[in-house]
Design a binder for this molecule. Structure first.
Ligand SMILES: [Ca+2]
Length: 560
């Protein structure tokens, strides 16, 4: 949706370019009447109060898994849909990777995983580590803390942790190594969230219900070490949806069934305590859910809530928790000036995609080809929603191309943090789009990188997409349930895949040879972006809170 208040008007009004720092002595003071500032734009004013920020980071939630993205979904997600309608939803948003751990590195660092590992990166299991986030890497938590935020992360962490055995040797991944952990030597953890920009944390090392090690880590400490072996038979197997719940070491009392209710409660406690103890500061909270990662294990209060079976109920639980979060922020009186961002770390799991399609007619990837792990769109095109009643106009749907890595520079722009060139090197500022001042015909991103399960690259440039590999880059489509989703190879002699997503959104016709000029251009661009160490522009300048127009959305509040 185009807002009547254009980008040009905005830039003219605030006397700056989004690529040029705000001028000192900016003439807008906190609460001038709007008509004094912007004739004809009576609902705008300017204020300089930093927003609270909440990121709801979901797991394996496909593009088609929310009813606002997929009207044909087998169930509804009314609260998330409402949140999207009250803010902006992006229809061309992407996870940095098509699996968990490297995508999460992208959220926290604003960079593609190969900036850390030199290539791709697997998903951690057992005591796998060390962290993909290196000590020298500026994290999103570091950045916001430097601007006065208190920061917390709650739920799945999964970017790797360092654990030691009795002899002080660092343990590798794998389930067997979990029993070798010496907790006294390992904790407080040296590379957990509290060492990577978060003041408070309550996390699991890996997928909360999928991969041992099954322990809770609170502020770098493990209260209850993993001393017993989890048995799958102890959990409900709703219509055989418990698939991918691995047996391995767990702590006594570890609660699989209520994982996200626990993470939600920890998030809300952090927020409530923050308002009580640090009312002068803004907060930044990440609620990192296990929904909709396998196994499908909704909390009991959500069983049977939808027509979409156990997985429908599972996503319904996510919707309910987001609804509770919104209601609670409202009750606490901080709804208007809290920026909520919602996204997913990759597309839908293969077995989930297959069963939802077969049994419920629900396409978890929406209309896109592929699923989790694949370089095709279904692997990395994900929901992305932003809601901030005070500043983001409601009802926007944006076709701007964006990546989860962009959250970093976007938040830097909100808080006025000037990123150094070596920070968040794959992060573009999407704030002008969210504010409704940069239209879809003026793209923020000239290109976008993603990486599939095998670390292989995909690059977008407008409607063009080049996959620097043949086949999916992830799943093996030659056998099992995947075989039925294999499409004919239209350019079998090619070494990569070129698609025009405008004409061919299903990525069916490989134009590798027919459009060889475009293909070579994208191959060279990809090479250059890899070698240069960055895809984001240099000398990025934040907009800054003092330059963000404020929308007066409700009359019931009189706090400003
Ligand atoms: Ca995931």
């Amino acid at each position: 949706m185009k807002h009547e208040f254009s980008r040009r008007d905005f830039l003219k009004t605030v006397g700056m370019s989004v690529t040029v720092a705000a001028l000192p002595g900016c003439h807008f003071a906190g609460r001038q009447s709007q008509s004094e500032i912007l004739p004809g734009a009576a609902k705008w004013s300017i204020a300089a109060e930093l927003p609270n920020i909440v990121v709801v980071y979901t797991d394996d939630l496909g593009y088609g898994d929310l009813s606002i993205y997929n009207p044909k979904a087998a169930y509804k997600t009314p609260r998330i849909d409402q949140m999207a309608r009250e803010g902006i939803m992006f229809t061309d948003a992407h996870s940095p990777s098509t699996i968990c751990s490297p995508s999460r590195y992208g959220l926290y660092s604003g960079q593609q995983i190969y900036r850390s590992t030199g290539r791709g990166g697997g998903a951690f299991e057992g005591p796998g580590g060390p962290s993909y986030l290196k000590p020298s890497t500026l994290t999103i938590g570091d950045m916001l803390r430097s601007k006065g935020y208190r920061t917390g992360v709650f739920g799945k962490w999964h970017v790797g942790l360092t654990w030691y055995d009795d002899d002080g040797n660092r343990l590798g991944g794998g389930f067997a190594n979990a029993k070798l952990i010496n907790y006294e030597k390992s904790t407080p953890l040296i590379d957990g969230p509290n060492n990577r920009g978060f003041d408070e944390s309550f996390v699991t090392p890996n997928c909360p219900n999928t991969d041992p090690l099954y322990v809770y880590i609170e502020n770098g400490m493990v209260k209850t070490p993993a001393t017993v072996v989890h048995q799958r038979s102890n959990l409900p197997n709703l219509d055989r949806w418990l698939w991918d719940n691995d047996e391995g070491f767990m702590s006594v009392g570890y609660d699989f069934e209520n994982a996200d209710k626990i993470f939600y409660a920890k998030t809300m406690k952090f927020i409530a305590d923050h308002l009580d103890r640090h009312p002068d500061k803004p907060f930044f909270a990440v609620l990192s859910t296990q929904i909709a990662h396998a196994p499908v294990l909704p909390a009991r209060e959500f069983w049977g809530k939808t027509e979409g079976g156990p997985r429908g109920d599972f996503v319904w639980e996510l919707d309910a928790l987001v609804g509770r979060l919104l209601d609670e922020l409202d009750r606490l009186g901080i709804d208007e000036n809290t920026l909520i961002l919602f996204s997913s770390d990759n597309g839908a799991e293969t077995v989930h995609y297959h069963r939802m399609l077969r049994e419920y007619g629900h396409n978890a990837s929406g209309r896109w080809r592929g699923m989790k792990r694949d370089g095709w769109e279904g692997g990395h095109r994900v929901p992305f929603i932003a809601r901030w009643p005070r500043a983001i106009p409601a009802g926007q749907v944006s076709k701007q191309m964006t990546n989860t890595t962009d959250i970093f520079a976007t938040l830097a722009s909100v808080v006025g943090y000037e990123l150094k060139d070596e920070d968040a090197t794959d992060s573009f500022d999407m704030l002008p789009v969210m504010l409704g001042i940069q239209d879809d015909d003026d793209p923020v991103r000239p290109y976008l990188l993603t990486q599939s399960f095998r670390g292989e690259f995909q690059i977008r440039q407008g409607e063009w997409k080049y996959l620097d590999h043949m086949l999916s880059g992830g799943n093996d489509y030659s056998k099992g349930i995947m075989a039925q989703y294999l499409l004919p190879e239209t350019a079998p002699d090619a070494t990569g895949q070129l698609f025009n997503l405008s004409k061919d959104p299903g990525e069916t016709t490989n134009l590798f040879f027919e459009e060889s000029r475009k293909r070579k251009e994208l191959q060279e661009l990809l090479r250059n972006l890899k070698v240069s160490g960055r895809s984001a522009p240099k000398a990025r300048k934040p907009i800054g809170i003092e330059n963000i127009p404020v929308i007066t959305v409700k009359t019931k509040k009189s706090t400003f």
